[in-house]
Design a binder for this molecule. Structure first.
Ligand code: ATP
Ligand code: MG
Ligand code: FE
Length: 332
């Protein structure tokens, strides 16, 4: 079974073909980072226009690299949400046009289900499985007892982890996207500032990063007023230590409570070197298998959408040609 996946929820135009939900045949991503950099973040109208310009090119490249033709494609899967509505619409309409013209089943995919299924391109799932999702718009702990079944046991009450990275990076005048910049700086610094950790209620798996963000702003302002020298490297390292501490400890606690057979990490922040290292250390001690995708599969791509679509295909889930983009689609 070959599924063609399309992803346009944010600022990458991506098309991929995945075989049997596990094997990447082709995976093409056109990133728009350069166009958004000078604005310090993603500008929705620019994103939509780029998707329109790139879609045909990316699609043709994904098909030509796969060495397959349309007879070999069994279905078209597309991110239907959540994301920027104008950006999503480009992917959804392209997928609908292809499904109609080529007479293929259409499958709408939740973007976060896609991030989770990026891991199945690395290793087969073992249930019950715990997924830590840390991306630009989401921070969630999801318990999965079987394919295609998602139980959100914790989520952020304010900012997402990636968002916090991007905001702190902006305070340090680092270019967009800030996550990789903080990652790099933090490796050169030390945790000299004791930033707060938002544990919330004892039994909660929810997250909160806005207090930490404010603490970083205050620290920078106060230091400036007092003429105190703070190294950006140390601010980055201290901020990151707080984020990683909370993410890791909550993930460990949930993995134990739900007796999971596997832990997977998904989303752009899973590219973070220190987070990867800390999770690896913790789960090695616990002897619970941990899967973290290679960097290219952590950030937005269409292989993950095709991989998630493959499960829906197997389970007989189909979307109609009236499929619409849904900016706030809920994972369930
Ligand atoms: P969502 O998936 O929630 O809709 P998104 O698609 O914009 O949001 P991703 O593309 O999965 O998010 O991830 C982008 C985020 O990952 C950005 O916030 C970016 O700063 C962050 N990020 C990327 N690399 C790193 C890194 N090495 N360390 C920390 N954060 C990182
Ligand atoms: Mg992105
Ligand atoms: Fe994403």
């Amino acid at each position: 079974i070959n599924i063609l996946g399309i992803e346009t929820s944010c600022d990458e135009t991506a098309v991929a073909i995945v075989k049997n939900g596990r094997e990447i045949i082709s995976n093409v991503v056109a990133s728009q980072i350069e166009s958004h950099k000078r604005f310090g973040g993603v500008v929705p109208e620019i994103a939509s226009r780029h998707h329109v310009e790139q879609m045909t090119i990316v699609l043709e490249e994904a098909i030509s690299k796969s060495k397959l033709d349309w007879d070999d494609i069994d279905a078209v899967a597309v991110t239907e949400g959540p994301g920027l509505v104008g950006a999503l619409l480009v992917g959804v309409n392209s997928a609908k046009a292809l499904a109609f013209a080529k007479q293929k089943p259409l499958i709408g995919v939740h973007h976060i289900a896609g991030h989770i299924y990026a891991n199945r391109l690395v290793s087969e799932f073992q249930f019950p499985m715990l997924a830590l999702i840390v991306s630009g718009g989401h921070t969630e702990l999801v318990l999965m007892k079987e394919h295609g079944n998602y139980e959100v046991i914790g989520e952020t009450r304010d900012d997402a982890a990636g968002e916090a990275y991007d905001k702190v990076a902006r305070m340090l005048k680092l270019p967009y996207p800030g996550g990789p910049q903080i990652d790099r700086l933090a490796a050169m610094g030390e945790e000299t500032i004791d930033f707060p950790r938002a544990w919330l209620e004892d039994d909660s798996y929810d997250f909160s990063f806005s207090g930490l963000k404010s603490a970083v702003i205050n620290k920078i302002h106060n230091a400036k007023q007092r003429g105190e020298q703070l190294k950006d490297e140390d601010i980055a390292a201290s901020f990151q230590a707080s984020v990683i501490d909370v993410l890791t400890k909550k993930t460990v606690r949930a993995a134990k409570e739900f007796n999971v057979k596997q832990v997977i990490v998904a989303g752009g922040v899973a590219a973070n070197k220190a987070l990867r290292a800390e999770l690896e250390t913790q789960f090695k001690t616990l002897e619970i298998p941990l899967v973290i995708p290679p960097l290219k599969l952590c950030t937005d791509n269409a292989a993950m959408i095709a991989a998630a679509g493959a499960i829906s295909y197997e389970q007989g889930k189909r979307s109609g040609l009236d499929l619409n983009a849904n900016a706030s689609l809920v994972l369930k």
